[in-house]
Design a protein around this ligand. Structure first.
Ligand code: 5GP
Ligand code: MN
Length: 327
C-alpha cells in the first residue's frame, strides 16, 4: 500500500471531524459513484455522518449497487458539515454542486491537470481509478474492507479501466482486485449488472450512432455524432450513450474516436478515446476540458461540419507529432 504525506494528512483530517459531504463530477460515471459511495460507507463504518451529493443521478445500471440509493441528487450541498471530500474533479466547479466550499475541502483525484484546489489535495496520476486511491484511504483509516465497500471499489476500477483495457493498470490494480474478491464480491455479477443491463432504446441509439460513423481517409480516426432528433427517434436517453464511444475502437485500425453529442443548437459535448500514445487529453484541455491521455472530453460550440474537420486535423497532428493552430 502507498503511504504518501497527503494520504497521512487526509487520514488525520478525517479522524478529527464527524460530519462529511462527498461529491464528484457532473454526469457521474462508475468511478465517481464507486469512489463516492465507498468513501461514504467507510466513514459510516467509523461512526461518522456522511452524505453523497451529486449533481446528476447515477446511470441506471449502477442503481442496484450498495449505497447508490442513498445518493442525494441536488445542485447544492446544504446542511451542517465539517468537511467536503471531492472525488475525480479537476476543479470544484466540475461537481456542479454549490456550497461545498463552506467547510474544509479535501480533493482526491487521478486526472492530469487537477488544479490542486482545496485545503488538502491528494493527486495520483498513476492510479488507474480514483477508487484505487479510496482503497488506500479506507485501509489507512483502519476500516474493514466489507463486501459493500469492495463492490464500489471494484465498480470504480472495472469502469475506469474500460474493463481492464486502458493504460494505468498496474500490479496494484490487481492486488486491490484480489482484496475485492476476498471480500466476497462476484466479478461476473458486477460486470453483468454494469454492462449487460441495457434497455432497447440504447441498442436502437447505438445503431443510429454507428450507422452515421465517418472515418477519415487514413482509416484511423472515427467520428460519431448524436443530435437530439436522433435521440428522440430512438427512444433512448442521453445517458444511454455511456460507453458507446468505445465501439469504433474495437476496429483494429481505428486509433482514435471523437463523439459529438448535441447539447442544443451548435453546442456539443465532445468525448474522445484513443489507443497508445495519441494524447486526446491534451486536445481536450486546449478546449477547456480535461481527462486522460486515452480518454478525455470537453464542450465546444460551432457548426458541426467545421468541428468534425478541426478535431480530425488535430488528432492527425497528434498522431504525426505536429501541432495545428486554428483561427
Ligand atoms: P467522457 O468522455 O467519458 O465524458 O470523459 C472521459 C474522461 O475525460 C473522464 O475521465 C472525464 O472525467 C474527463 N472529462 C470529460 N469531460 C471533461 C471536461 O469537460 N472537463 C474535464 N476536466 N474533464 C473531462
Ligand atoms: Mn476516474
Amino acid at each position: 500500500m502507498t503511504t504518501s504525506p497527503e494520504l497521512t494528512r487526509i487520514v488525520e483530517a478525517i479522524r478529527e471531524r464527524h460530519r462529511f459531504v462527498i461529491s464528484s463530477h457532473v454526469r457521474p460515471d462508475g468511478d465517481s459513484i464507486g469512489s463516492s459511495v465507498a468513501m461514504a460507507l467507510a466513514l459510516k463504518a467509523l461512526g461518522k455522518q456522511a452524505v453523497v451529493v451529486h449533481a446528476d443521478p447515477a446511470p441506471a445500471p449502477f442503481a442496484p449497487f450498495p449505497g447508490v440509493a442513498d445518493i442525494v441528487v441536488a445542485p447544492e450541498a446544504t446542511g451542517d458539515f465539517e468537511a467536503a471530500i471531492i472525488m475525480e474533479c479537476g476543479d470544484l466547479g466540475r461537481t456542479g454542486v454549490s456550497g461545498l466550499d463552506r467547510s474544509f475541502v479535501i480533493n482526491i483525484d487521478h486526472h492530469p491537470g487537477n488544479s490542486g484546489f482545496g485545503d488538502l489535495c491528494w493527486f495520483d496520476a498513476n492510479a488507474a481509478a480514483c477508487a484505487e486511491m479510496v482503497f488506500d484511504l479506507i485501509l489507512a483509516l483502519g476500516v474493514p474492507f466489507t463486501r459493500e465497500i469492495a463492490t464500489q471499489v471494484y465498480v470504480g476500477i472495472l469502469t475506469d479501466t474500460g474493463s481492464f483495457h486502458y493504460s494505468g493498470i498496474s500490479t496494484k490494480t490487481f492486488d486491490i482486485c484480489k482484496a475485492v474478491l476476498e471480500a466476497g464480491v462476484n466479478p461476473q455479477a458486477v460486470a453483468r449488472q454494469v454492462y449487460d443491463s441495457y434497455n432497447m432504446g440504447r441498442i436502437r441509439l447505438l445503431g443510429a450512432v454507428l450507422s452515421g460513423m465517418r472515418v477519415d481517409p487514413s482509416g484511423g480516426i472515427a467520428v460519431i455524432y448524436l443530435d437530439n432528433a436522433m435521440l428522440h427517434a430512438s427512444g433512448g436517453s442521453y445517458e444511454d450513450t455511456d460507453g458507446m464511444i468505445n465501439e469504433p475502437l474495437k476496429v483494429k485500425e481505428i486509433a482514435a474516436v471523437v463523439f459529438f453529442k448535441q447539447i442544443e443548437g451548435n453546442e456539443y459535448r465532445v468525448s474522445m478515446r484513443s489507443k497508445g500514445d495519441i494524447d486526446v487529453g491534451a486536445l481536450a484541455r486546449e478546449y477547456g476540458g480535461g481527462g486522460h491521455k486515452n480518454a478525455a472530453g470537453c464542450t465546444v460550440g460551432g457548426p458541426i461540419d467545421e468541428l468534425r474537420t478541426v478535431f480530425v486535423e488535430k488528432i492527425e497532428a497528434a498522431i504525426n507529432g505536429r501541432s495545428v493552430s486554428h483561427r
